[in-house]
Design a protein around this ligand. Structure first.
Ligand code: HEM
Length: 532
């Protein structure tokens, strides 16, 4: 999941009624004011709190804003540029928040090998406190017993291999619906193309809804829950100004952002309350008490959580209704954007690299022809397809800066001393494109993974789209099952091309910052049904 700071002006603009010009004006005036009033505090190294500490290198900073002005609307890119000047471990001030940025596999490896526990907490973030019941979900919970138990629930019950297999039926049905939809849209739209981005978002959303709640939300705009969930994901990708620059906290009040977040949180709360009540009633009616260890076909994540709540002696935490809602909301935050955006980037890279497209398609089609049917078991054996997915994760990790950590102890890292309470940000995007780890790092070359044992399971520090250490993503199996089956199906059933108006030009690969990094422009492609 991507939960991180947005650059200030982007934040102001996106979530308020202020125009970009107003936002820039506010920030410029603030900066000028600070420069004139406190010129002596503009330092070349940010060591004002304790000059004797051997902190990592740091660029010149502005008072109060720290290094925020050095971040563009795509912070992972600005941070990579800064790291080429200041090294793989940098010390920045994101406003008032001290942060260490790690930008190489070696830096991440050392931090995890020697300090995993000290770096396993999350910073307290106001957005998560508002939207996720005081950060009592898994992703934002501080390191401690509550996190340990809820994470165990995720790993052993909600996202276990058994549950992933049970949800295979849902994936197959939803992907088959997607294929049908593309067929009918492409027969009408001809060479205008189908909006694959929209269809993939719906696919990921429907799969998570069915897995978590047991049903899908209609997407015709009539369903309020649909727009609440969209807002929820939008807000999770933002930060309150006051959190970074407390003296500008009034801007959060001016923009009304907190109020809007609370309204969304209240709306979601009553939606989930109704759903949980319905689950409780259905369970009582059927007088069927399924113990969590025996999840049956038809049970969804709410059923599983309710059963844990009532039956589990091993889990040493009692889950309240609000805890259940927070955990379910995590599944939405994590399971929708990152999954659809991965398929979207994979398709975009394949369109830009037609030879790679042909190699993957040849593999998928020949294996399906031999086996007679496209199944998830078959997809697991598709070496080139899986290499293309790894290559997509390398170039486009959806959570470019992972999810921030916060150190709970003073640590020594790569010869530097880092105080407790420092925010840790890992630039997974920069690491995936680091020339010290990867040859021709900016090129899409799936064959680099053929015959290689490098994987994205957190053991290879050069490829960490799902994070590393104790807080690695527990949803790897769930996501890759969807990504690989959906991608194989798209490549099996259709030949893909750019729509006529765009033919002959490279596809625009610009990024847009949000909870994940998406393609800026929707991926619109011409789909021609494939027949043998
Ligand atoms: C392509 C899809 C996905 C990607 C790239 C992804 C990536 C990540 C990353 C980078 C983290 C933070 C890891 C760290 O701090 O080192 C994370 C955490 C998490 N993810 Fe995912 N994720 C994906 C899908 C999912 C799905 C489908 C679920 C559940 C349905 C999920 C549930 C979680 C949870 C609960 C955490 C918090 C773990 C913790 O803090 O202990 N993720 N994910």
């Amino acid at each position: 999941m991507a939960f991180m700071f947005s650059p200030l002006f982007q934040y102001l603009h996106k979530l308020s009624s202020l125009s970009i010009a107003h936002c820039l004006l506010i920030l410029t005036l603030t900066s000028l004011f600070l420069v004139f009033v406190f010129p002596h505090t503009i330092t070349t190294r940010t060591r004002s709190s304790n000059p004797t500490l051997n902190l990592p290198p740091s660029p010149p900073a502005l008072p109060l804003l720290g290094h925020l002005h050095r971040l563009s609307s795509l912070p992972h890119r600005s941070l990579k540029n800064l790291s080429s000047l200041y090294g793989p471990i940098m010390y920045l001030h994101l406003g008032s928040i001290p942060a260490v940025i790690l930008s190489s596999a070696a830096a991440v490896e050392e931090s995890i090998r020697f300090h995993d526990t000290a770096l396993s907490s999350r910073p307290q973030v106001a957005v998560a406190d508002i939207l996720l019941y005081g950060s009592t979900d898994v992703a934002f919970a501080p390191y401690g017993e509550y996190w340990r138990q809820t994470r165990r629930i995720c790993v052993s019950h909600l996202l276990s291999t058994k549950m992933i297999q049970l949800f295979g039926v849902i994936r197959e049905q939803e992907v088959s619906e997607l294929v049908g939809k593309i067929r009918s849209v492409s027969s009408i739209s001809g060479d205008v193309g189908v909006n694959l981005s929209q269809l993939l978002f719906k696919l990921a959303n429907d799969i998570v809804c069915r897995a978590a709640l047991g049903f899908k939300l209609s997407d015709d705009g009539s369903n309020r829950a649909h727009s609440l969930l969209k807002d929820f994901i939008l807000y999770l990708g933002t930060t309150l100004v006051g959190e970074h620059v407390p003296c500008l906290g009034w801007l959060d009040w001016l923009t009304g952002i907190k109020k809007r977040m609370r309204k969304t949180a209240e709306g979601l709360d009553s939606f989930f309350e109704t759903i949980i009540e319905e689950h409780v009633k259905a369970k009582t009616d059927s007088l069927e008490d399924v113990k969590y260890g025996d999840q049956m076909e038809g049970s969804d994540l709410i059923d599983v959580l309710l059963n844990i709540k009532e039956n589990d002696d091993d889990i040493r935490v009692s889950l309240s209704r609000n805890n259940i809602k927070a955990i379910i909301l995590d599944m939405f935050a994590a399971g929708t954007d990152s999954v659809y955006t991965t398929i979207e980037w994979a398709m975009a890279e394949l369109i830009n690299n037609p030879q790679e497209m042909k190699r993957v398609q040849d593999e998928v089609r020949s294996m399906v022809n031999t086996a007679g049917k496209l199944t998830e078991e078959l997809v697991e054996k598709m070496a080139y397809l899986n290499a293309a997915i790894k290559e997509t994760f390398r170039l486009h990790p959806p959570l470019v800066l992972l999810v921030p950590r916060e150190s709970t102890k003073d640590i020594d890292l790569m010869g530097y001393h880092i105080p407790s309470g420092t925010r840790f940000i890992i630039n997974a995007w920069a690491i995936g494109r680091d020339l010290n780890t990867w040859e021709r790092a900016d090129e899409f070359m799936p064959e680099r993974f053929l015959g290689s044992h490098v994987d994205y399971n957190g053991q290879h520090f050069g490829l960490i789209p799902f994070g590393v250490g104790r807080r690695t993503c527990p949803g790897i199996g769930f996501s890759t099952a969807t990504v690989s089956f959906a991608l194989a199906s798209l490549l099996h059933h259709f030949d893909w091309d750019l729509p006529n108006v765009m033919k002959g030009k490279p596809l625009d690969m610009s990024e847009l910052h949000g909870i994940t990094i998406h393609k800026k422009l929707n991926l619109i492609l011409e789909a021609r049904p494939y027949s043998i």
